[in-house]
Design a protein around this ligand. Structure first.
Ligand code: NAD
Length: 330
């Protein structure tokens, strides 16, 4: 019997997951719910599934739910899904402060259900190539320089509003914090300088991260850069080697002195593949089938929230802050 999947939130990312899920024969896209019911209705017509008039109706019809609602709702909606006994895939960010993150992590663990966080970039071919090089010891990272900019805080129309996003770091750069720990392990401390250029919120960060391994990384993230390519980039330096990513389009590396540079170019892949969405959804269904655990857990989600809160505290206090020093909502 195919797993019956429901989606809450019939917006941009809800449509992406729906388009991928309808191609997986192991699942049925059963039903959709949105507070704006016309949106769920239109999307249900597009994907040939039902739309539910309430969460209760959705829960009756489905075994697993994708939570694709705005950032501020994740903790509440994901909690409702867990309380209904359903498996959860919830978009990033996991939560918007440490109290919420701790509560949700505990609920997720206690529930015994699959809980996966939508940190899709781990599954982008560019980042999988980098991770494989690290895991196989082809690259031993000794130093890192990275950036993740946004072009604007104009679209979607709520993206400038820190009350709705949780703050700029919870919007786009949230992905970078997940990748940093995915590639390089636990962070020991951060030192952050930040400024506000618009909307009275910190939107320009210079971040120094020191990892437990001793590795140091610098990271820049700025909200109004225009979509100048590449707005997202890692440069990872080993001994006489550099790996450099260009968005999720390509990765180049030079391993050794007086050698050639190799480039893998994923430009011809679909956006859903390049951005890792297809693989994260496939792995979620694998987890539903008991083939493998969820690849991005509630613990991973919590760790990203902790890292972001630590960065905000360092920026506000103008000093180095160790991970573990931030407890509760700031
Ligand atoms: N992983 C990624 O690459 C990625 C990309 C885009 C968005 N996201 C995340 O996905 C989430 C949704 O983003 P989006 O761009 O699809 O937003 P969106 O505004 O396009 O869609 C959100 C939908 O949720 C509905 N909604 C709002 N509150 C609701 C509630 N309580 N219950 C049911 N429906 C509700 C809205 O009516 C809307 O249709 C955000 O948290 C965002 O950060 C992740």
């Amino acid at each position: 019997m195919p797993h019956k999947i429901g989606i809450i939130g019939a917006g941009g990312i809800g449509n992406i997951h729906a388009a991928i899920l309808v191609k997986d024969s192991r699942v049925t896209l059963q039903s959709l719910f949105d507070v704006e019911s016309a949106r769920a209705q239109a999307m249900a017509v597009k994907f040939g599934c039902r739309h539910a008039r309430s969460l209760e109706e959705l829960f009756k019809e489905c075994d697993a739910i994708f939570v694709c609602t705005p950032n501020t709702t994740h903790e509440e909606v994901a909690t409702q899904v867990l309380e209904a006994g359903k498996h959860v895939f919830c978009e990033k960010p996991f939560a918007l402060n440490l109290d919420s993150a701790a509560k949700l992590r505990d609920r997720a663990v206690r529930s015994g259900r699959v809980y996966q966080v939508g940190h899709n970039r781990r599954f982008a071919p560019v980042y999988k190539t980098l991770k494989t090089a690290i895991d196989r010891n082809e690259l031993r990272p000794l130093s890192v320089h990275a950036k993740m900019n946004r072009g604007e805080l104009v679209n979607p129309p709520w993206v400038w509003n820190a009350k709705l996003t949780g703050g700029f770091l919870y919007e786009t750069p949230v992905h970078m914090f997940d990748l940093m720990t995915f590639f390089f392990g636990k962070v020991e401390w951060v030192e952050v300088a930040a400024r506000a250029h618009e909307h009275d919120e910190l939107d320009d960060f210079s971040i120094l991260l020191s990892f437990q391994s001793g590795l140091q990384a610098t990271m820049k993230t700025y909200a109004h850069a225009s979509w100048h390519f590449p707005f997202e980039r890692f440069e990872v330096y080993g001994m006489h080697s550099t790996y450099e990513t260009f968005e999720m389009e390509r990765i180049s590396f030079t391993n050794g002195l007086e050698t050639r540079t190799t480039t893998y170019d994923f430009a011809l892949a679909t956006m859903h593949e390049k951005w890792g969405y297809i693989e994260e959804d496939r792995l979620f269904v694998d987890a539903l089938e008991g083939k493998s655990p969820a690849p991005v857990t509630a613990d991973d989600g919590y760790n990203v929230v902790e890292l972001i809160e630590t960065c905000y505290r360092s920026a506000r206090e103008g000093k180095r802050v160790h991970l573990g020093a931030v407890v509760g909502k700031l």
